[in-house]
Design a binder for this molecule. Structure first.
Ligand SMILES: Cc1cc2nc3c(=O)[nH]c(=O)nc-3n(C[C@H](O)[C@H](O)[C@H](O)COP(=O)(O)OP(=O)(O)OC[C@H]3O[C@@H](n4cnc5c(N)ncnc54)[C@H](O)[C@@H]3O)c2cc1C
Length: 419
C-alpha cells in the first residue's frame, strides 16, 4: 500500500480516488472547493455519457470555417477577438490536429477506448455508492431539420461507425412519437441506444467523493501548489496548508492542471473551451432521452432540477468574465426546439452557469507519468468528455500507479506528444 494524493475532486479525481482505493492505496484528495462544486467543470456539464462522442472538435477543413466563427455571435463556437493573440499557439495546434483524416481517425479510436462502455462503468460506480438513481441508460438522440442535414455530417457518423457505434434512424413521425412537443421543423433523428446520462453531475461527483471518504479516503480542503522532490523522487505534495507526504500523485485539477504538470517537466497546452448552461422548468415537456439538435449543438438533458441546456464553445481567456449572451443563445435554441413551452426570453432569471472544459488541442486527455518525476501522474485534458471518460481514465491511471502493464495502447494519451 502506498500513499497517493489525488489533486482535484471533479469527476476525474473522484473516479481516480475510487480506483486507487480499490487497489488498496491510502488515498488523500486535495480540493479547495466543494467536491463536484460549481467551480468544477464536472458540476454543470450536459451529463452525457456519450458512447458516440468520439468525434473531435477539430476536423479537416476547420480552418476554412474559423473566420465564420469569429463573425457569428449565435454559432455554437465563438472566439473572443480580445483573447485571440493569447490563444493563437493553442488554436494553431487545434487546427493542425484535425488537418489529416488519419490523425482524426486515431483520435476517434483513442476516444472510443475511453467511452465505449461509459454508461455501464458509471452504473456500476453509482450502484456501489448508492447513487444509482442518478445514472440512466436510455440512449441519446441527435435531432436534425432534415435527412440532408444528417448527411452533411457524414464524416462524423462514419467515424462513429468505424468505432462500432450503432444507431437507429427516426423519421419525422417516429421523432414526433419519441419527443412529443419537439418543433416539427426537426424532421429526422438518430438514436444511439448505447448512450446514457447523469441526472445531476455535481451531486453525483460529490456522492462519489463521499463514498471514497466512507471507504477510507481523506478529503483535504486546500489547494495544491507544487511538489517536494528529493533527487528527482517525490516526497510530498505542497499545499497552501503545508506538505502532504506522498509516494504517488495524480494531477486531476481540470483546467488548472497545466502549471502543476509544468512543475514536473510536462508542458501541456491546455486551454478552456468555455461552456454554459441554463436550467429551464421542464413543465409539460417529455423527453425520453437527452437530445442534441444539429443547429444548436447543445445537450438538452432532463436533470433533477429541470431541463438543462448546456453547450457553446467560447474560446476566451480562462479568467475573462462570463458573457451571459452565450446562455441566452442556448435559451433561444431551446425555445426554437420547443415552441409551445412557456419559458422566459432571457436567461437572467434562470439558474445559469459558466464552466471550463479542460481542453488539449487534439481533444484527448493526458494519461501518463510526468516527464521528470515518474511518481507524478497526469489525468487531465478531457475536454468535452470528462464526465463520461472518467471511470476508464481512472482505471488506466491506477494501472500506471501500480506499474501494471497497460490494458490498452496508452501512446495517444502520452504527455510528450506536444513536445
Ligand atoms: C457546458 C459543458 C458541457 C459539458 N458536457 C459534457 C457532457 O455532457 N459529458 C461529458 O462527459 N463531459 C461534458 N463536459 C466536459 C466535462 O465537464 C469535463 O471534461 C470534466 O468535468 C472534467 O473533469 P475534471 O475532473 O478533469 O475537472 P473539474 O471537474 O474541473 O475538476 C477539477 C477540480 O480540481 C480542483 N482544483 C483546481 N486546482 C486545484 C489545485 N491546485 N489543488 C487542488 N484542487 C484543484 C478544482 O477546484 C476542481 O474541483 C462539459 C463541459 C462543459 C463546460
Amino acid at each position: 500500500m502506498s500513499q497517493v494524493v489525488v489533486i482535484g475532486a471533479g469527476a476525474v479525481g473522484a473516479c481516480c480516488a475510487l480506483a486507487l482505493l480499490a487497489d488498496g492505496h491510502d488515498v488523500t484528495v486535495v480540493e479547495p472547493g466543494m467536491a463536484g462544486g460549481e467551480q468544477a467543470a464536472s458540476f454543470g456539464n450536459g451529463g452525457w455519457l456519450g458512447t458516440a462522442s468520439v468525434v473531435p472538435m477539430s476536423l479537416p477543413g476547420l480552418w476554412k470555417r474559423l473566420p465564420g466563427y469569429l463573425l457569428d455571435p449565435d454559432g455554437p463556437l465563438v472566439i473572443r477577438t480580445t483573447s485571440l493573440l493569447g490563444l493563437a499557439p493553442w488554436l494553431w495546434r487545434f487546427v493542425a490536429a484535425g488537418h489529416r483524416i488519419e490523425r482524426v481517425e486515431g483520435t476517434a479510436r483513442a476516444l472510443a477506448a475511453l467511452l465505449h462502455d461509459a454508461p455501464a462503468r458509471h452504473e456500476a460506480l453509482a450502484r456501489a455508492a448508492g447513487l444509482g438513481h442518478l445514472i440512466v441508460q436510455a440512449g441519446l438522440t441527435y435531432v436534425y431539420p432534415s435527412r440532408s442535414a444528417f448527411q452533411a455530417e457524414a464524416l462524423a457518423w462514419r467515424l462513429r461507425a468505424d468505432q462500432n457505434v450503432a444507431w437507429r434512424e427516426l423519421d419525422h413521425d417516429a421523432l414526433q412519437r419519441h419527443t412529443p412537443g419537439l418543433a416539427s421543423s426537426y424532421r429526422f433523428g438518430i438514436e444511439v441506444a448505447s448512450g446514457g446520462h447523469c441526472r445531476d453531475p455535481g451531486a453525483y461527483v460529490a456522492g462519489l467523493v463521499a463514498h471514497a471518504c466512507a471507504r477510507g479516503a481523506r478529503l483535504f480542503t486546500t489547494r495544491a501548489t507544487g511538489f517536494a522532490l528529493e533527487r528527482g523522487r517525490l516526497k510530498a505534495v505542497r499545499t497552501e496548508l503545508g506538505d502532504l507526504p506522498a509516494d504517488a500523485v495524480v494531477i486531476s485539477a481540470g483546467i488548472d492542471s497545466a502549471p502543476l504538470a509544468h512543475a514536473v517537466g510536462s508542458v501541456i497546452p491546455l486551454e478552456s473551451e468555455r461552456g454554459y448552461h441554463v436550467v429551464l422548468p421542464a413543465a409539460g415537456i417529455e423527453i425520453k432521452t437527452p437530445l442534441m439538435p444539429s443547429d444548436g449543438k447543445m445537450a438538452v438533458t432532463l436533470t433533477t432540477a429541470g431541463l438543462r441546456i448546456s453547450g457553446q464553445v467560447e474560446l476566451a481567456s480562462r479568467h475573462a468574465p462570463a458573457d451571459w449572451r452565450r446562455a441566452d443563445v442556448l435559451l433561444r435554441h431551446a425555445r426554437r426546439m420547443f415552441p409551445n413551452a412557456e419559458w422566459p426570453d432571457s436567461s437572467a432569471t434562470l439558474p445559469r452557469w459558466l464552466g471550463h472544459r479542460p481542453s488539449t488541442p487534439d481533444g484527448l486527455p493526458v494519461l501518463a507519468a510526468s516527464a521528470s518525476c515518474p511518481q507524478v501522474f497526469c489525468a487531465f485534458g478531457h475536454g468535452h468528455v470528462g464526465l463520461a471518460a472518467a471511470p476508464a481514465s481512472a482505471e488506466l491511471i491506477a494501472d500506471l500507479v501500480d506499474g501494471r502493464p497497460p490494458r490498452i495502447d496508452l501512446s495517444p494519451y502520452r504527455a510528450s506528444r506536444f513536445g
